[in-house]
Write a protein that binds this ligand. Structure first.
Ligand code: NCD
Length: 306
């Protein structure tokens, strides 16, 4: 049985296959409409979500399966003090696969250890968010036609942004990748990612504070929200939240073929005027998230469609 805790749980070849499958699903959705007939997905969300929960559910429904779950810990027995280990043992009796989001780093790993069904990490604290990474990889591959030889700008809250940590983990396995890390001093990429992932793999990167300085050189700009819920005090959040605002004027500094990605939700970091720019790819990215999660569910349930 397989789980998805980190993008590294798949080899590069397996990832390529998964992205190929997602592309085939996009092209021929009817072929997959009954692939999961009779199967159930449980979504166990102990932390807020719109896209991740609903795109997992949409993915299972598109495959002919059904969905159940909870959208906050208040409405689950966690509020009575039940452990993740006990909850997952029980959910394993009800569902064929589950997606779990939890504010505590490592909680989905604990679930995977006690589960008899595949567990998908749908975001654990400030740690990882592998299904967002699958979405990001599919988006980049579809828009740029490749996943290698690229300069990727990561901008915003690189400290708490789990989507950034997972995306870096995944991209360092491709050749010719260079990062520009764009953040205020206080929200720099954690040292463990810089040392254990970037330095260990000899990945070139620059750290800059000004977005304007980075823009002219980028193939992809990955914007992120300042992660309010991970701050210890409101004052620091308020000081940081509008540090970056990508607008029409800044977009003039960027190459014509530089796409803007964002895992969403957006707060103020991308002005709505950028939405009309053909390089704004964040809503397309959300659509790719459904195809890639369909491919993931099929892969983890080991269901093949000819
Ligand atoms: C991200 C997350 O939850 O980490 N959202 C998402 O799943 N698309 C990014 C964020 O909340 O800022």
């Amino acid at each position: 049985m397989r789980h998805l805790m980190s993008p590294l749980d798949f080899s590069v070849e397996e990832l390529d296959e998964l992205l190929d499958l997602a592309q085939d699903i996009e092209a021929h959705p009817d072929k997959y409409a009954h692939a999961c007939d009779g199967k159930k997905l449980a979504t166990l969300f102990y932390e807020p979500s719109t896209r991740t929960r609903l795109s997992h559910e949409a993915a299972m429904l598109n495959l002919g399966g059904s969905v159940m779950g909870f959208a906050s810990s208040d409405s689950s027995s966690a509020s009575k003090g039940e452990s993740v280990a006990d909850t997952i043992r029980v959910i394993s009796c009800y569902a064929d696969i589950c997606a779990m989001r939890h504010p505590k780093e490592g909680a989905p790993m604990v679930a995977a250890e006690h589960a008899t069904i595949p567990v998908i990490n749908a975001g654990d604290g400030g740690h990882e968010h592998p299904t967002q990474t699958l979405t990001d990889l599919l988006t980049i591959r579809n828009l740029k036609g490749r996943l290698n030889n690229m300069t990727i700008g990561l901008c915003g809250d690189l400290k708490f942004g789990r989507t950034v940590h997972s995306l870096i983990n995944a991209l360092v396995r491709y050749t010719g990748i260079r990062f520009v890390l764009i953040s205020p001093e206080e929200l720099r990429l954690p040292e463990y990612v810089r040392n254990d992932v970037l330095d260990r793999n000899n990945i070139p990167y620059d750290e800059v504070v000004r977005l304007e300085d980075a823009l002219p050189d980028l193939d992809v700009l990955y914007m992120t929200r300042v992660q309010k819920e991970r701050f210890f005090n409101e004052e620091d959040y308020v000081r940081m939240k509008d540090f970056y605002i990508l607008d029409h004027t800044k977009m003039k500094l960027a190459p014509d073929d530089m796409y803007v990605l964002h895992p969403l939700p957006r707060v103020n970091e991308i002005s709505v005027e950028v939405d009309k720019d053909p390089r704004a790819a964040y809503f397309r990215q959300a659509q790719y998230g459904v195809y890639v999660r369909m491919a993931l569910i099929l892969t983890l349930l080991d269901i093949r469609v000819d």
